[in-house]
Ligand binder design. Sequence first.
Ligand code: ZN
Length: 241
Amino acid sequence: MRFAIFSDIHANLEALEAVLADARDRRCTHFVCLGDVVGYNANPRECIERVRALDWPVVKGNHDEEATLSASSERFNELAERAIQWTRDNLTDQDKEWLRSLPLQKQVHDFTIVHATLDTPGQWGYVFKTLDAVASFTYQRTGVCFFGHTHVPMVFIRGQSGVRQERKEQIRIEPGRKYFINAGSVGQPRDGNWRAAYCIYDIKSNLVELLRVKYDLATAQKKIAKAALPQPLAERLAIGR
Ligand code: ZN
């Protein structure tokens, strides 16, 4: 069993198709999504369609939630707000109903998936630091949990001597430890690398790989301009911020 783990697709269809193709080339047999299918980029409907058609386990992200509200919750900055308003106008009631139905967390096979944190999944806290990971680990019942939300691939490991953070591309899952792994973002990476991020969890070999994939950036940017979404949303894709 080889799971491809996708997070923060954010309506970037070019990036989604590139990671899907890459995961299939790498013989992935199962797919999961850690939320934020929509928001920021220009293809929310198409991305929902792809994810639904493949019938993956999916958890809800904060943009997925925000897209289903009729009025803004005032949690978003100006750019995110303008994009989510556009997203609301461009989704069908059926799309919104599906987004609304997504759970905040879910167990898949022997691991857990969540968008933000396990301690308060509906509060959308950001885990960048070890201390934030410690709180989430308290609620983690499986050896491995995948999360997203920060758009920065990152690994936290809880062992005998406490929690440490690592930024490596391959993680061997060992018994007696817990792993809280950020898969990065498919559609809007923010670690200074423009390539789409995702990871593969190979159950049999106990190996997690964090991967990067080139995609048709120019097309994604043109669609943002054509949709009259804010131009900085196109510019940031090129620099991975
Ligand atoms: Zn996101």
